[in-house]
Write a new protein. Structure first.
Length: 265
């Protein structure tokens, strides 16, 4: 008989958004201790890129940034865990401790606790979407079939999504409602510089290239939108070279309104 007690592994998740588990909380704690993402990544056993991507995901998921960081490569770049990040660390610890106590009660009264925990484990399901952006609905225009939903991402950026009228009604979308906008990285086109001129894609987010990762065929570009928000695009290596996309270069992300999926918190 196993005498070791059950220990809770808490995972937080909003509908349609990536999960926040203990691994990311541990990364936040390490950033708070070391003051750099590079040093924190080494402590928790992650690559610099994986840690940087995790920070970007966390900042996109919450209304206020959890980490304020400056890209500095694998050996530099200061980072600070904000008050919101510190509050998440503290709150996560309290929840994890309370859940561990609850599991102790459950284990003592149920002969097969693993069956009762299936519902909890289902919360660790993840989305494959690279871009999950927290937004606020500013306007909803209902049509006979589709609805156009305008969203505020930051003070300087907005998005537009086109979804079915039925979905907009069932989700209760109205000005002030918070949602998550999901956009596949392969749906995001890039243009060098600012305004690309006349083009049918109504979503245009201008920022600065914060990271570039080249593969044999494709290249991943991370665009810093300001206010600790970012968007990722996957384009061909040839296109990235032709556009001169490199860290520090301004660029604009473009994507169709029909390519934006909305999920409720």
């Amino acid at each position: 008989m196993n005498e070791q007690p059950l220990i809770a592994a808490l995972s937080l998740q909003r509908a349609g958004a990536p999960r926040v588990g203990g691994d990311r909380i541990r990364l936040l704690e390490a950033i708070a201790r070391h003051g750099t993402i590079a040093a924190a990544a080494r402590e928790v056993g992650l690559s610099y890129k994986t840690a940087w991507d995790a920070v970007g995901t966390l900042n996109n998921l919450f209304e206020q940034p959890l980490v304020e960081a400056a890209p500095g490569g694998r050996t530099g770049g200061n980072a600070r865990v904000t008050e919101a990040g510190q509050a998440l660390i503290a709150g996560f610890g309290l929840l994890e401790g309370a859940l561990t106590k609850a599991l102790g009660v459950l284990e003592g009264g149920v002969s097969a606790p693993e069956k009762a925990l299936n519902t909890l484990w289902s919360l660790t399901m993840r989305t494959s979407n690279r871009n999950t952006l927290r937004c606020t609905v500013t306007r909803v225009t209902l049509g006979a079939v589709n609805a156009e939903v305008e969203l505020a991402l930051t003070d300087g950026h907005s998005l537009t999504a086109v979804i079915t009228e039925r979905s907009a009604t069932e989700m209760g979308l109205a000005p002030g409602v918070e949602v998550f906008a999901l956009i596949k990285a392969s749906f995001v086109m890039l243009a060098a510089g600012g305004d690309p001129g006349r083009i049918s894609a109504c979503n245009r987010l201008t920022g600065i290239v914060a990271g570039r990762t080249d593969g044999p065929v494709n290249t991943e570009i991370i665009l810093d939108l300001g206010n600790c928000k970012s968007i990722t695009a996957v384009i061909t290596h040839t296109s990235a070279d032709a556009l001169g996309l490199a860290p520090g270069v301004p660029a604009t992300a473009l994507f169709k309104a029909s390519h934006v999926i909305l999920a409720m918190p």
